[in-house]
Write a protein that binds this ligand. Structure first.
Ligand code: ZN
Length: 121
């Protein structure tokens, strides 16, 4: 269950932004290129790679929240920090992570849950 935090600044234009397919954090493409995903760069490896950014993020997302409860996040299960960084996240993200990332998750015993489907559990 996500926790809805403070309102997202109206200056954020969704068309310029991309959401990570794995953790659904929303950043500018330039930010993904410069630092990669702050949550799952270890798996996604987007830093300095426009091709990976195009594959691992999407402009198709809706619903933005500024806070996520890290304790109930499935991402926390495989993150060493067990916490999302503070930021803006999409509620729903359309798309699927690349197969290599999915198999990496699989090798860690984590079942990937696409963010574009309604929660079933
Ligand atoms: Zn991510």
């Amino acid at each position: 269950m996500a926790t809805v935090g403070s309102t997202v600044p109206s200056t954020i234009k969704s068309k310029q932004l991309r959401a990570c397919l794995l953790c659904s954090i929303i950043l500018l493409p330039a930010e993904f290129r410069k630092t990669g995903c702050p949550n799952c760069e270890e798996l996604m490896q987007m830093k300095g790679s426009p091709d990976r950014i195009a594959t691992c993020t999407t402009t198709y997302f809706d619903g933005v929240i500024s806070v996520i409860d890290p304790e109930t996040s499935w991402v926390a299960r495989w993150q060493r920090t067990s916490k999302y960084v503070r930021g803006v996240y999409a509620v729903r993200v359309k798309g699927r992570i690349p197969e290599d990332v999915e198999s990496e998750l699989d090798s860690r015993g984590i079942k990937y849950r696409p963010r574009d489907q309604t929660e079933q559990d």
